[in-house]
Write a protein that binds this ligand. Structure first.
Ligand code: NAP
Ligand code: MG
Length: 402
């Protein structure tokens, strides 16, 4: 087939580069799968730890502000520093999680759905359809104030003029934290979930711990119920869909027994940990899409996994790695599709779709990274390196006609 002219973009994507192995994959995805076919336009922000240190994390805030300006961002995984990272990178501060900072600025809900490929079967055999996690991306422990408390001190919540005792540490020291959420953010979280469930024609499940947290978690339950009754009940009924609330414990038990095919709304922390469980159960942390949808209309696409540190140290020693780039590829394809939708560029949307098809075809042809090789039921499977996988996917993309 004759080589086509490169596809053009009308407006830039906000590109947020990151750390370690995912930074390496990031560059390869662009080099092999996008730039040969698209005249890629991005506004680039380097969220790698060195640049965050150099700018005292100002770069993270600037990147989030750029997403507000341009509407669509795509983010590489980044290190959230801990004590070891402070030493490793000689940091002057233990910077907060970039995702936390960005989500606090954009607000919204993170939707995470497994990427299904033939030959990769879920660990839970009844899960025949995808389970999409809708993670509230604002507040709770991700925007907390916490401190250690010395023996003898006592802690209280000070709200307006009221003082609510928390604990008197008279016999022993300990820890204390304050968390918050807002009615506005919870309401937009609820709306995002109902709207997404309707648009994808799936039931919505939500669970919280309102038996124990009778005010905080109860507020989430009540707001969901109010939003449902006032705005979505009729549309759900018409579409034959169900909104279902239960205690988080009960929801988890039902999720395991289910066949999938619904949206699972999760509070921030529940969504953080449960999306790792769900992704792993569907095959791999790297077989999951993740998109932050802000109530203001901004979106940010990312991979749900981390920077894959262990693989990066191998890579640095010059050893080939077999790191799965699928979530990173789908972050780019998702962002390109969104850009195409906003700018009315159907050919760009079709290309992004083809990127995904070519990626899945590579796996279904039996070429896959180690994480999938370990669980694939394909007979002619072969484990390939990170780079080989991308080159193979690029060949298949060319074969589709790009
Ligand atoms: P991780 O990077 O997700 O990796 C944990 C393990 O999961 C890896 O060692 C690997 O297992 C497997 N894995 C994850 N992604 C994989 C992929 N694409 N291909 C193949 N295997 C994959 O988590 P971590 O090692 O706990 O965290 C590393 C850094 O990432 C931390 O600094 C953390 O702060 C950061 N992090 C960032 C984000 C984000 O920006 N979205 C999210 C989470 C963590 P094997 O070693 O068994 O091969
Ligand atoms: Mg997590």
């Amino acid at each position: 087939m004759e080589k086509q002219e490169k596809l053009k973009m009308a407006a830039p994507l906000v590109e947020l580069d990151g750390d370690e192995m995912t930074r390496i994959l990031w560059a390869w995805v662009k080099e092999y799968l996008i730039e040969p076919f698209v005249e890629l336009k991005t506004e680039y922000y380097d969220l790698g730890l060195e640049e965050r240190e150099r700018t005292h994390d100002e770069i993270t805030v600037r990147a989030a502000e750029a997403i507000k300006r341009h509407g669509v961002g795509v983010k590489c995984a980044t290190i959230t520093p801990n004590d070891e990272r402070v030493k490793e990178y000689g940091l002057t501060e233990m910077y907060k999680s970039p995702n936390g900072t960005i989500r606090a600025i954009l607000d919204g809900t993170v939707f995470r759905a497994p990427i299904l490929a033939k030959g990769i079967t879920p660990y839970i055999p009844t899960w025949r359809k995808p389970i999409t996690i809708a993670r509230h991306a604002y507040g709770d422990i991700y925007k907390n104030t916490e401190t250690r408390v010395d023996k003898g001190a006592s802690a209280a919540l000070l709200v307006g003029g009221e003082t609510l005792p928390i604990f008197n540490f008279k016999d022993t020291g300990g820890v204390v934290q304050g968390v918050h959420n807002t009615d506005e953010s919870i309401t937009s979280f609820a709306r995002a979930c109902f709207a997404y469930a309707l648009s994808t024609k799936q039931d919505l499940w939500f669970g919280a711990k309102d038996t124990i947290s009778k005010i905080y978690d109860r507020r989430f339950r009540d707001i969901f119920e109010d939003v449902y009754r006032a705005e979505y009940q009729d549309a759900f009924r018409e579409a034959g869909l169900e909104y279902f609330y239960s205690l988080i414990d009960d929801v988890i038990a039902r999720v395991i027994r289910s066949e999938g095919g619904f949206i699972w709304a999760c509070k921030n922390y529940d969504g953080d940990v449960m999306s790792d469980m769900v992704a792993t159960a569907y095959g791999s942390l790297a077989m999951m899409t993740s998109v932050l949808v802000s109530p203001h209309g901004w979106t940010e696409y990312e991979a749900a996994h981390g920077t894959v540190q262990r693989h990066y140290y191998k890579h640095k020693k010059g050893e080939p790695t077999s790191t799965n780039s699928v979530a990173t590829i789908f972050a780019w394809s998702g962002a390109l599709k969104k850009r195409a939708e906003l700018d009315a560029l159907p050919r760009l949307a079709a290309f992004a779709e083809a990127m995904e098809l070519a990626t899945l075809k590579t796996i279904e042809d039996g070429l896959m990274t180690g994480d999938l090789y370990a669980i694939s039921r394909l007979e002619h499977k072969q484990q390939v390196s990170s780079e080989t996988f991308l080159l193979e996917a690029a060949q298949r993309l060319s074969a589709i006609g790009y």
